[in-house]
Ligand binder design. Structure first.
Ligand code: SF4
Ligand code: MSK
Length: 675
């Protein structure tokens, strides 16, 4: 019995479920884990406190003369900051180096994901695999010109469409070259509004190729190289832009071409999506290349029949993190939880297999799986686990469907091995997910203009006060989901439409904020009216972490539609990651800042020990990029800082008065209705 296996765990300080999470399903499962003696991240957060110097960003271990630790003196810095490492590196240099290494790691993670997708796409284009097809040829034709690939050819003096396979091969080759081309600049940068592109050019910060910008950071932050924090931030920008407008954007586009561009669909969210009488397979990580095949395999009649033979009623898939978001937005597979719920999905006792690829995967999953019957399967060559109970089935695009069938069969064969009593919280919410640049245009675009005209019109007339991008992780140092939900609710209450990705998207789904009906309950009158008229939720789920590129392109479309300035920095818009934890979030933050967005993070930022560097990120950057960083732990205060920024931008655009009129109209109308 699982209970017996885990009784040996030593009695340790454990988390208070109510304080650890705002989500009742998570609270129930934390308690359940504690009853079984299974340790989770919530308990570890009680016993391990963060390093006081690391958290300030001023611990350097870039050479063996260190680690050199430069904490802020308790009284603060008065006069000259005399602190230095053995080599003389200042607090600014050390914090900037650490920050930029986070950007490098984040950009590398997103972009390497993009590279895998591009490699699979090349195999598809060359017809080396039967398992994947081009599902969205229209999108292929739409992105081809951005790579300089012609979509038509002249035949006998007439322009004809080029053969789609030819276009696909050329796009794939050009896309892959973005990682290592010897000269030039990234091709997608020109998709940004012209003034933004020109600014990056003038600053000399156009990324050359994706890999080079990551390597450059690792070189210049080596002991004894770049010792000017401003110059280090310049390189952060190049690498971050290579992520947002490069690796991530290519990942999103090619995934859409191969797996289909998402359109709104109905699904559910939270751990209650798991079913006791079904084979449950939880898919976790970030790269959807194999999970696409697992979705296909789990729908095959032969697999469903096999599951029934074993006594199950069927096969239930569930997602965690962004692989979950990928299969949610294209297939409606419901997320079983956010980043912090990954261990708890196994604690249900009903997880027959958990399949993980890359990023955000806890090594402790192996220890939790050991206490239950769950088969934990790693699938990526660069992400294995040392524990013996972990299976490795390596993804290969040439036989991906066979690999996926093997995994699904393994889960089915494991159905009857359940040991612990199954306990699945009976908690889930309905959601509409699967939005994107194209579907926003469809729902909020003008009927005749085919652009973001209606969205812009509603921003200009003030029904929609502004746009917020709210994204990012959970962090066990804060109450699970609380900052996400409080922030989003406060924004929509104040008529700010929210575009979400990543674990914020899952958190909003769990809270039931991703339905059109939410608008009447939580939104201000202007946003509620728009959502009701158009039939959209006030929070639009745009997908996974790489899909933050969709937010960049949506902002660009808003600029193009006119009336709201000439650049992203002119828009009444702001971005936030209230519960961030990943290095990828720092890369995302930097590319949003460098694209002109006021970007607020919660929890903490490793800059407090270097006040001059911090001031550069929080104030100096605005003069250069139009966007800047900020740190606000309280989500309501964060919302109001975002709203204040949105209002400033409205004033600069001369549309602040329009909003006052619209709200008066609404109030008048309400008065009339109640009379
Ligand atoms: Fe210390 Fe300088 Fe070495 Fe960093 S690079 S560990 S500050 S001596
Ligand atoms: S999964 S990066 S915890 S959003 Fe993309 Fe969630 Fe953050 Fe991982």
């Amino acid at each position: 019995m699982a209970e017996e296996k885990v009784k040996t765990a030593k009695a340790k300080k454990v988390a208070d479920p109510q304080k650890a999470s705002m989500d009742p399903a998570t609270q129930q499962m934390i308690l359940r884990a504690q009853e079984l003696g299974v340790e989770t991240v919530f308990d570890r957060a009680e016993t391990m406190k963060p390093c006081n110097i690391g958290i300030q960003g001023t611990c350097c271990k870039n050479c063996a003369m260190g680690p050199c630790r430069l904490p802020m003196p308790k009284t603060g810095i008065e006069g000259q900051d005399e602190r230095k490492g053995l080599c003389g590196a200042t607090a600014n240099t050390i914090a900037a180096r650490n920050f930029s290494r986070m950007v490098a790691a984040g950009a590398a993670a997103h972009s390497d994901h993009g590279r895998t997708v591009a490699e699979v796409f090349l195999s598809v284009a060359r017809k080396e695999t039967e398992d994947y097809k081009i599902k969205d040829p229209i999108k292929l034709m739409a992105i081809a010109p951005h790579f300089g690939v012609k979509t038509t050819v002249e035949v006998d003096g007439e322009e004809k469409d080029r053969d789609i396979d030819e276009v696909a091969v050329e796009v794939a080759e050009k896309a892959l070259a973005e990682w290592g081309k010897p000269e030039g600049e990234l091709t997608y940068l020109k998709r940004a509004p012209k003034p933004l592109y020109e600014r990056w050019k003038k600053l000399g910060e156009l990324p050359r190729n994706i890999d080079r910008e990551v390597v450059d950071i690792m070189h210049r932050t080596h002991m004894g190289v770049d010792q000017d924090y401003k110059n280090i931030v310049k390189q952060c920008t190049r690498a971050a832009l290579a992520d947002g407008w490069g690796g991530s954007m290519i990942a999103t586009d090619l995934q859409d071409v191969m797996f289909g561009t998402p359109y709104p669909l109905q699904s559910e969210a939270n751990m209650g999506v798991m079913k006791a009488d079904h084979v449950n397979i939880i898919i976790h990580g970030h790269e959807p290349v194999l999970s696409e095949m697992i979705v296909a395999a789990s729908q095959m009649p032969e697999m469903i029949d096999y599951a029934k033979e074993k006594g199950a009623k069927g096969i239930q898939l569930g997602g965690i993190c962004c692989t979950g978001n990928e299969i949610l937005q294209r297939h409606g597979v419901p997320p079983a939880g956010t980043f912090l719920q990954q261990e708890l999905a196994i604690v249900t006792g009903a997880c027959d297999a958990m399949v993980v690829d890359v990023q955000c995967v806890f090594q402790n999953l192996a220890n939790v799986a050991k206490c239950f019957h769950t088969k934990l399967i790693t699938t990526h060559p660069m992400a294995k686990m040392e524990q013996e109970n972990v299976h490795h089935i390596e993804f290969d695009e040439h036989h991906a469907l066979d690999d996926a069938k093997r995994i699904v069969k393994m889960a089915i064969d494991n159905f009857n091995n359940r040991e612990a009593e199954v306990m699945i919280p009976n908690i889930k919410s309905t959601q509409i997910a699967g939005f994107g640049v194209e579907s926003i245009e469809y729902h909020l675009g003008g009927t005749f203009r085919g652009s973001y005209y209606t969205l812009n019109d509603n921003i200009i007339n003030g029904r929609i006060r502004g746009i917020a991008g709210v994204v990012g992780c959970n962090n066990a140092r804060t109450r699970h989901n609380e900052a996400h939900i409080k922030l989003v609710k406060e924004l929509i209450k104040n008529d700010v439409i929210v575009l979400t990705t990543g674990c914020n998207g899952i958190a909003c789904g769990m809270e039931g904020l991703l339905t059109p009906e939410t608008a009447a309950v939580y939104c201000g009158p202007g946003l509620a009216e728009v959502c009701e008229t158009v039939g959209i939720p006030p929070v639009l789920h745009l997908g996974s972490c790489v899909d933050n590129s969709r937010i960049l392109l949506a902002a660009t479309e808003v600029v193009k539609a006119g009336g709201l300035g000439k650049d992203i920095q002119d828009l009444p818009a702001a971005g936030a990651a209230p519960e961030w934890m990943s290095e990828k979030a720092i890369s995302i933050g930097q590319y949003f800042v460098a694209s002109g967005v006021y970007t607020l993070f919660g929890v903490n930022l490793p800059v407090e020990g270097a006040p001059v560097f911090k001031d550069y990120l929080f104030n100096g950057c605005e003069k250069i990029y139009g966007g800047k960083w900020d740190l606000v732990a309280d989500p309501i205060e964060m919302a109001h800082k975002m709203i204040a920024h949105i209002d400033t931008k409205r004033k600069e655009l001369g549309i602040d008065k329009a909003r006052e009129r619209v709200l008066m109209d609404m109030a008048d109308r309400q008065k009339l209705e109640s009379a």
